[in-house]
Design a protein around this ligand. Structure first.
Ligand code: ARG
Length: 461
């Protein structure tokens, strides 16, 4: 049977190749319930505009309820002849209420304003779910920080030992970008919370419909200021794609460290059995697959965004069929994050950290050299000179194959008369950590305050 929403001006039907190309139900069917919600709101404004009698509105709403029940149960699904979710649902609607009433619902709306609205409804729901998952991950990082609040580790720049830091400080450095991702999703929602219903194909409607009423019923605080923008704008979809890609990149940076930390060479962490995988040939292997999949999927999320932006580039106003290509990338991004985040949080929550190993390495690689230089500055030595003196200490140690605390008082005095034995007070990891007590620093007291603020952020969102 012919279910197309167009055809009057065509002598025949579309070729099979075109029909296949045009089909989108395999991805837009997930918007079916949003489409039905939109239809309910649309029926009400048609009624309020005097275009439906009370009885007709009642019958329409009852028909939409029946259709929704059958969509949810799976009793009604699209067939190959249904071009898209809208076409399939109109067919289902007409099957339930008859062609006369069923043929009235489409007045004053277009698939162009429908789809623009439905995508926003769907993404706004999904954004809330992703934000909740992100907050679970932040909590897992905060729990690990709390459980290891006094564990020191080597802090790195250029992947080389730089200065000792607290593990908790490092873990929370991964949590704050995730908090910003949650904020990004919330800020994004403010821009996405605009309904395109009422924009029609591009120019608005002549039927006296009330776009604000539809918007309110669908949970949007506002309807589009401009019907062309309403149907053709996709920056909001692309922005969602950016936030998803940013989340992917943030997870990927955590992943890279977990992968390194789980190596024999680092031996900083052991992954829980339930969150690691084995090898089909090497019986001893325990692999960080979740972290690797996260790192890999970051590429996929960036690709979703790149594809979407490329689709939008150079598109003239208003609606073009190219815009149908906006959905698969963001749906893929949503599915990817929904799959990834629970596994990722489980992996982080069950990591076992090896305190002795981390603490043993914390002072190695001359990571206390900056402490010598800053101690000298506090003794009123110009930093330029202090830097040279501390560098000379490192050079002597390297020549002799010893570490900074191994230098004797005589060694220090020979390097510089400024280096009195008092310098030893900063030559311990604990002394180094405690001295970095400025706001945001790695001193234990600051890190405890930071943990409280991080918990506060989780509670606030
Ligand atoms: N399926 C289209 C999309 O996803 C909406 C339909 C608009 N089709 C049209 N011929 N104007 O963007």
């Amino acid at each position: 049977q012919v279910t197309r929403l167009w055809g009057g001006r065509f002598a025949g039907g579309p070729s099979e190749a075109l029909a296949r190309l045009s089909l989108s139900t395999h991805f837009d069917w997930r918007l079916a319930r949003h489409d039905i919600a939109g239809s309910r709101a649309h029926a009400r404004v048609l009624h309020r505009a005097g275009l439906l009698t009370d009885a007709e509105l009642e019958a329409m709403l009852a028909g939409l309820d029946r259709l929704e029940t059958d969509v949810v149960s799976g009793a009604f699904t699209p067939v190959l002849e249904d071009e898209d979710v809208h076409t399939a649902l109109e067919r289902g609607f007409i099957e339930r209420v008859g062609p006369d009433l069923g043929g009235r619902l489409r007045a004053g709306r277009s698939r162009n304003d429908q789809i623009a609205t439905l995508v926003r409804m769907y993404l706004r729901e999904q954004a809330r779910g992703v934000a909740a998952e992100l907050l679970d991950l932040v909590s897992a990082l905060a729990d690990q920080a709390q459980a290891h609040i006094d564990v020191a580790m080597p802090g790195r720049t250029h992947l080389q030992h730089a200065q000792p830091i607290l593990l908790a400080h490092h873990l929370m450095a991964h949590a704050w970008p995730l908090i910003r991702d949650v904020e990004r999703l919330r800020d994004w929602d403010g821009r996405a919370a605009v309904s395109a219903y009422g924009s029609g194909a591009l120019a608005g409607s002549s039927l006296g419909l009330d776009p604000e009423a539809v918007a309110a019923e669908l949970g949007f605080p506002a309807s589009a200021e401009n019907s062309i923008d309403g149907t053709a704008g996709r920056d909001v979809v692309a922005e969602f794609g950016f936030v998803a890609a940013m989340i992917g990149v943030d997870l990927s940076r955590i992943s890279e460290e977990i992968i390194l930390w789980a190596t024999k060479e680092f031996s900083f962490v052991t992954l829980d059995d339930a969150f690691s995988t084995g090898s089909s040939i090497m019986p001893q292997k325990k692999n960080p697959d979740i972290a690797e999949l996260a790192r890999g999927k970051a590429g996929r999320l960036v690709g979703d965004l790149a594809g979407l932006l490329t689709t939008l580039k150079g598109l003239p106003l208003a609606y073009n069929r190219d815009l149908q290509e906006d959905k698969e990338p963001v749906f893929d991004a949503v599915d990817t994050l929904n799959l990834l985040l629970p596994a990722f949080t489980g992996m982080v929550a069950t990591l076992t950290f090896h305190r002795e190993r981390m603490e043993e390495l914390a002072p190695q690689g001359f990571s206390l050299a900056t402490d010598i230089a800053e101690w000298l500055v506090r003794q009123h030595v110009p930093f330029r000179e202090a830097h040279e003196i501390a560098g000379a200490c490192v050079r002597v140690c390297e020549e002799r194959g010893i570490d900074l605390p191994d230098l004797t008082d005589a060694d220090f005095a020979a390097i510089s008369p400024h280096l009195t034995p008092g310098v030893r007070e900063v030559l311990t990891v604990a002394g180094s950590l405690a001295s970095r007590a400025s706001k945001g620093g790695t001193a234990p007291d600051r890190v405890k305050e930071q943990l409280e603020r991080l918990r506060g952020e989780v509670a606030r969102h």
